[in-house]
Design a protein around this ligand. Structure first.
Ligand SMILES: [Zn+2]
Length: 426
């Protein structure tokens, strides 16, 4: 293919992506915003549109018991095995969302399958595109329910949760046309699945800073969340001399600065730490703070640096507490271990990017994704796409059309590379 023809092809894929993204963005519960919650009328309309696109792309379409739209392109080589390569993302959104989070991964999967078929690219495995309905966990207090269904890890309790209006998930699912009972038995046969790939917008600023349209994800960060309580002694703001105070807020302030410094020193390992909530009591202008409670969210590309940062933060807390006559208590209420992307899929993605003349930067995902649920079933791989300013979960979310075209072509070549490797081993 000539360079001009290649550029035309990328442009075409970018234009198609943009049209499809815009069509999905018009399906919303709120006029002028994008809100598509799981099992809502908007989810139904989006699922129907996605199913139509999959049908137009020549895929065999069905919807699983949890409402995931599945489009299958059968293996095209005569002696192909019975393996399936899954490619997916989600079509639900947060409230007042951007247009690209999740939806672009679904669009990219459909366009890639369509192109593979149209170009007559032979695959020694079945390709299946998945459009998950519940990734964001906004309507129900659920976590990655749709992909957990495919991974076979959904429990009856997962379907008993209720939304803000008291509607049970199981009832909403039935009304949607799904099947709660069957949802417990959706898990794919491990031996039949080759892996799970996902294209997703980065939702961060790294690719933009590096001047790259796409990049290879190394892992989905593990995370610890803590509620940190700093306790001192309340007192009169006018009568207690400075050297006799145990001011909880002063200790908290020092600790927050220490947290920022400790994470910054470990940034090579992708350590990031955030204090996003803080409350002071009694909380009066003329009272020395007695108690401060703040949140701590700690993430890293791999588990050990995250644990190391946690230990350093607790040590800093102990030192600050003794210096100010405070007690500091770290209550960890949540931990998710790091989910590694398979080396073979990272390497294959790197090969694919090189054929497109793109420097294959590897970066971690600080945000959670369906891959975390899918990793319980199979190897996963992810490709990130640059988004403007790293802004996401926001109506300002924006992805360049050319980057979308590049990402779809990269996905096609990624799948081709995996196909070549499969042929080599079989
Ligand atoms: Zn997403």
């Amino acid at each position: 293919m000539t360079q001009a023809a290649g550029a035309d092809r990328l442009r075409h894929l970018g234009v198609r992506s943009e049209e499809m993204i815009e069509a999905l963005a018009r399906i919303s519960a709120d006029e002028g915003q994008i809100t598509r919650l799981y099992l809502s009328p908007e989810h139904r309309r989006a699922a129907t549109l996605v199913a139509d696109w999959m049908g137009d792309a020549g895929l065999t379409v069905r919807e699983d018991a949890l409402g995931t739209v599945c489009g299958v392109l059968p293996a095209s080589e005569p002696d192909a095995g019975n393996k399936t390569l899954l490619v997916g993302s989600h079509i639900d959104t947060v409230i007042n969302a951007g247009a690209y989070d999740g939806t672009f991964g679904v669009v990219a999967g459909i366009l890639a399958a369509q192109e593979i078929k149209a170009r007559g690219i032979k695959l020694p495995f079945t390709l299946e595109i998945l459009a998950f309905g519940d990734e964001e966990g906004v309507r129900f207090p659920s976590t990655l329910l749709s992909s957990s269904g495919v991974a076979g890890t959904v429990t009856p309790a997962d379907l008993e949760v209720t939304d803000a209006s008291g509607v049970r998930l199981a009832d909403a699912l039935t009304a949607f046309g799904g099947q709660p009972e069957a949802a417990l038995h959706l898990g794919r046969d491990r031996d039949s699945v080759l892996g799970y790939l996902e294209v997703h917008i980065e939702q961060g600023p790294v690719l933009e800073a590096e001047g790259l349209g796409v990049g290879v994800v190394t892992s989905i960060a593990g995370a610890n969340r803590y509620s940190v309580t700093v306790s001192g002694m309340a007192g009169h703001a006018g009568t207690v001399p400075m050297h006799l105070r145990s001011d909880a807020l002063v200790g908290a302030a020092e600790l927050i600065c220490a947290i920022h410094r400790i994470a910054g020193q470990a940034s090579d390992h992708g350590v990031v730490a955030t204090v996003g909530e803080l409350s002071v009591s009694p909380g009066a202008v003329n009272v020395i703070p007695q108690d401060v409670v703040f949140s701590l969210d700690l993430r890293a590309a791999t588990d050990e640096p995250r644990h190391e940062a946690a230990r350093a933060i607790e040590k800093a807390g102990a030192e600050i507490a003794s210096r100010h006559g405070l007690t500091i208590n770290f209550n960890q209420y949540h931990e998710v271990v790091t989910c590694l992307c398979a080396d073979r899929f990272q390497d294959a993605a790197e090969t694919a990017l090189r054929t497109l003349g793109v420097r294959p930067l590897r970066l971690m995902s600080g945000a959670g994704h369906d891959g975390q649920a899918m990793a319980k079933l199979t190897d996963i791989g992810m490709l990130f796409v640059r988004c403007e300013g790293g802004i996401s979960h926001n109506p300002l979310e924006n992805v360049d059309r050319d980057d979308m075209g590049l990402a779809v072509e990269a996905l096609i070549r990624w799948i081709e590379t995996i196909a070549e490797e499969e042929r080599a081993v079989s």
